[in-house]
Design a protein around this ligand. Structure first.
Ligand SMILES: [Mg+2]
Length: 120
């Protein structure tokens, strides 16, 4: 992987968090891989819904929640997606390094696209 010393993303803090690993291994032994993968898919849908509600409310559509509550909903769903994604990592023996390299590679690709759009 090409080195970009000032732009390396360090995700190990979450990916090797002992509590999250123990929790994931426990869930894996209780439910097996497929339900954990489906749960992550479900959580991605919940995050999408939370984002949609936030933006619709911001645009003036009715909501029974405040913008602060809707913001917190997004944060909570992001946490669910992170946790369930890490469970998939465990269930598929994806190493922290593999995931970190993917995040780094995708972030660089994202940067390239933004540079292309902005003409820099
Ligand atoms: Mg959720």
């Amino acid at each position: 992987m090409e080195e970009h010393p000032n732009r390396i993303i360090r995700g190990y803090t979450i990916m090797i968090n002992g509590f999250l690993i123990q929790l994931g291994l426990r869930a894996l032994s209780m439910h097996g891989r497929a339900p954990l993968m489906l749960k992550c898919s479900e959580e991605c849908g919940e995050l999408s819904q939370a984002i949609s509600k936030y933006l619709c409310t911001e645009a003036g559509m009715y909501s029974d929640k405040t913008m602060g509550e809707l913001r917190q909903d997004i944060i909570d769903e992001m946490a669910d997606v992170i946790i369930t994604s890490l469970n998939i990592r465990l269930s598929m023996d994806i190493t922290p390094r593999e995931l970190e390299e993917a995040v780094h590679r995708k972030a660089l690709r994202f940067e390239e696209k933004m540079d292309k759009v902005s003409g820099t």
